[in-house]
Design a protein around this ligand. Structure first.
Ligand SMILES: Cc1cc2nc3c(=O)[nH]c(=O)nc-3n(C[C@H](O)[C@H](O)[C@H](O)COP(=O)(O)OP(=O)(O)OC[C@H]3O[C@@H](n4cnc5c(N)ncnc54)[C@H](O)[C@@H]3O)c2cc1C
Length: 457
């Protein structure tokens, strides 16, 4: 048995945990970072990064297929999945090496193994007891399923989907949220027949309704099939494939069923309840400053109810450590966190949807403007349609921005600054957007809302 003391002990080295460790070392704290698997967690190894590599390979396939449209002679001959895997793994392993190097260079003590909160101020890893003046819980999340829907064989989650060594010919996807549409987009680009099953009335149902509708049109145009508003009932599988049945009796046959119905908090049997931490359905409850009900115990990332996004985890990790250091960091509400759905087309948003803004302030206090990317030169050049919608409080700041189209994820930086800084369209309309960029679409929308539209009536 050994016992070591630290200023901060962190359980889990995903986006939330490792960001906390890095900021803690910068601030001069001694830190233990406990990880049972790999530094970097879900996002780096089985989430954000590898899926975006697949999406890039999907984009390249589409570009090759459509090359004649741009006067380029090329043919799409198929997907070499082994080469895609090598490319994807190369990206992940290089980022992993970089992270390992950074953690080492910052003098952070990494403790490998499965940790358990043994008391409110200690984490047990095998025979090691790590005592912390402060403890940060960052144990992350796992792919959820539905009651009675067992994962196995041809019924897979995103983790198995990433490991497939073939492109399915026909695939059913349960869930039309971010992860579901991401894989739909990849597989369709690679030549698969795709059927999405979503119980809610829309795909990407957490977005502004006008964006969800445009997204559905775009997916329909790409030949991605989806059924909306009907719930999954059951699935059977055999050597050939799966048969999925919905509650209204519809059935779909496919080679695989990808279950993408969200992620649950990875908090079971980690000693949290025993240490007196208040929980709700497995999530760790915190106040807005991420403190649990137990003094000096904080939680960050996917185990905290709210948006399950890597950059929220990074921000929360930094926030908690600055809070411990007495730096009084500012609280960023979940609604002000930028969200990007990576697919073709992309969706990017921050702030309130039009419906939420109307609910909060009343219809007469809200103006929204939808700028169609058809008027944007760069979007035309790269062959995308879509729009940029800005929701503002009348005589007040921009409350929300909602975008759809190829590459719009790259525009979210300006949008999140505008919303978080509570800028008025009149404040930002005078600033200049480079021409020709897709970013100009934001500028056109601000000009319109400031009463001086340029390229629109
Ligand atoms: C397919 C997919 C695509 C995604 N794409 C994006 C995206 O594009 N953008 C985005 O922002 N987000 C994306 N996400 C979400 C993102 O990955 C998560 O929000 C993020 O990883 C959460 O960080 P975290 O630190 O809370 O948890 P995690 O990253 O899950 O890390 C938790 C860590 O804790 C470790 N751990 C757990 N229990 C213990 C224990 N008892 N002892 C020791 N270690 C333990 C785990 O091994 C893990 O490494 C995606 C997720 C998936 C699944």
């Amino acid at each position: 048995m050994s016992e070591q003391n630290f200023d901060i002990v962190i359980l889990g080295a995903g986006s939330g945990g490792y960001a906390a460790a890095l900021r803690a070392s910068e601030l001069g704290f001694s830190v233990a970072l406990v990880e049972k698997n790999k530094l970097g967690g879900t996002c780096l190894h089985v989430g954000c990064i590898p899926t975006k590599a697949l999406l890039h390979a999907a984009e390249v396939a589409d570009v090759a297929r459509e090359s004649a449209k741009y006067g380029v002679n090329a043919t799409f001959e198929g997907i070499d999945i082994a080469a895609v895997t090598a490319y994807r793994e190369g990206i992940v392993s290089s980022k992993y090496k970089g992270l390992q190097g950074l953690i080492k260079a910052r003098g952070i003590t990494v403790v490998e193994g499965e940790g358990r909160l043994a008391s409110p101020n200690s984490v047990q890893v095998g025979d090691q007891t790590l005592i912390g003046k402060n403890v940060i819980l960052a144990s992350g999340s796992y792919s959820r399923s539905l009651p009675g829907l067992e994962i196995g064989g041809r019924v897979i989650t995103s983790e198995e989907a990433l490991q497939l060594d073939f492109v399915p010919k026909k695939v059913a996807i349960l869930g039309g949220g971010v992860i579901g549409v991401e894989f739909s987009s990849v597989w369709k680009s690679w030549g698969a027949e795709v059927q999405i099953i979503e119980a809610l009335p829309h795909l990407v149902p957490n977005e502004d309704e006008s964006i969800s509708k445009q997204f559905e049109r775009a997916f329909r145009k790409r030949g991605i099939n989806f059924s909306l508003g009907v719930r999954f009932q059951s699935v059977t599988q055999n050597d050939e494939g799966v048969v999925v049945t919905l509650e209204d009796g519809q059935t779909f046959e496919a080679e695989l069923l990808l279950v993408a119905v969200g992620r649950g908090p990875a908090t079971a049997n980690l000693g949290y309840e025993e240490a007196g931490i208040a929980m709700d359905r497995g999530f760790v409850l915190t106040n807005e400053r991420l403190a649990t009900n137990v003094p000096n115990v904080y939680a960050v990332g996917d185990i905290v109810p709210g948006l399950q996004l890597a950059h929220r985890g990074f921000q929360q990790g930094i926030f908690v450590v600055e809070e411990i250091a007495g730096l009084n960091p500012i609280v960023v509400p979940d609604s002000h966190i930028p969200k990007v759905t990576y697919s073709d087309p992309e969706v990017a948003s921050v702030g309130l949807s039009e419906a939420k803004a109307v609910e909060q302030y009343g219809a007469d206090k809200i103006t929204s403007y939808d700028y169609n990317l058809a008027g944007n030169g760069k979007s035309h050049i790269i062959g995308t349609s879509g729009s940029v919608k800005v929701v503002r409080l009348n005589d007040g700041p921009v409350l929300g921005m909602h975008m759809i189209g190829a590459r719009v994820g790259e525009l979210i930086g300006e949008a999140q600054l505008v919303v978080n800084w509570e800028a008025y369209p009149e404040d930002i309309a005078p600033f200049i957007h480079a021409h020709p960029t897709q970013d100009e679409a934001l500028g056109e929308a601000f000009l319109y809302l400031a009463g001086k539209p340029l390229h629109v009536m």
